[in-house]
Design a protein around this ligand. Structure first.
Ligand SMILES: [Zn+2]
Length: 210
């Protein structure tokens, strides 16, 4: 029941009411904010100070538009980048753009293979997961598809979700491995915006660790 006052009144009033609702919906769509400048978020993402490697609480939940990637997919303050965007096997950026992420367990600036293997991988935004096992070169791979954004998670040890499952930012979706074309445990992480490959570092992939 919408409103007792409207029930049973003339069809003209009902028509006006419906048109008003449609108009309001259209206005709301027009007013929908464009994705925020994500670079402005990096200062506002609180991270735990610990570098012990313990699971850290994910802080991305509630940050503005849930469609926008906004957190470190490894969720740990001692996440490091072992290969940058658009270089090496990540070139050209339009096709292979990604960053490789690993865990630096002892703070020496180097990836710690034992500390990295099996680390939980978090969805960096809301969306639906599509799983692919034993692909080349991506190994066990997840595409997480949102509205404007799609993120890729490669070389996984295993999956924590079912194909087609809807997930929220901060949900565990898999575990870091070294499957496919990989020289050691790491996460290859890609961000695509409206079909264009973009730099994950612009979307807080290393938030709190730089
Ligand atoms: Zn990579």
């Amino acid at each position: 029941m919408i409103n007792d006052g409207w029930a049973g009144t003339g069809s003209l009033r009902k028509l006006i009411f419906v048109l008003a609702i449609i108009g309001l919906g259209y206005l709301l769509l027009q007013m929908r904010p464009v994705p925020l400048q994500v670079s402005a978020w990096s200062g506002s993402v609180a991270r735990p100070g610990s570098i012990t490697g313990e699971a850290a609480p994910l802080t991305g939940r509630g940050i503005a538009d849930p469609d926008v990637p906004a957190i470190d997919p490894l969720g740990l303050p001692n996440t490091i980048m072992t290969q940058g965007y658009g270089v090496g096997s990540h070139a050209p950026a339009e096709i292979w753009g990604a960053v490789d992420l690993a865990i630096d367990g002892n703070g020496d600036g180097q990836a710690d293979p034992d500390g990295t293997l099996g680390t939980p991988v978090y969805a960096t935004h809301d969306g639906v997961v599509h799983l692919a096992s034993n692909t080349w070169p991506a190994g066990n791979h997840i595409w997480l598809e949102g509205i404007h954004f799609k993120t890729g998670y490669s070389h996984l040890q295993g999956f924590a979700v079912a194909d087609g499952q809807a997930v929220k930012r901060g949900d565990v979706i898999g575990y870091v491995g070294s499957t496919g074309q990989s020289s050691g445990p790491h996460l290859d992480y890609q961000v695509w915006k409206d079909g264009v490959n973009v730099n994950p570092l612009d979307y807080n992939a290393l938030a709190g660790t730089r």
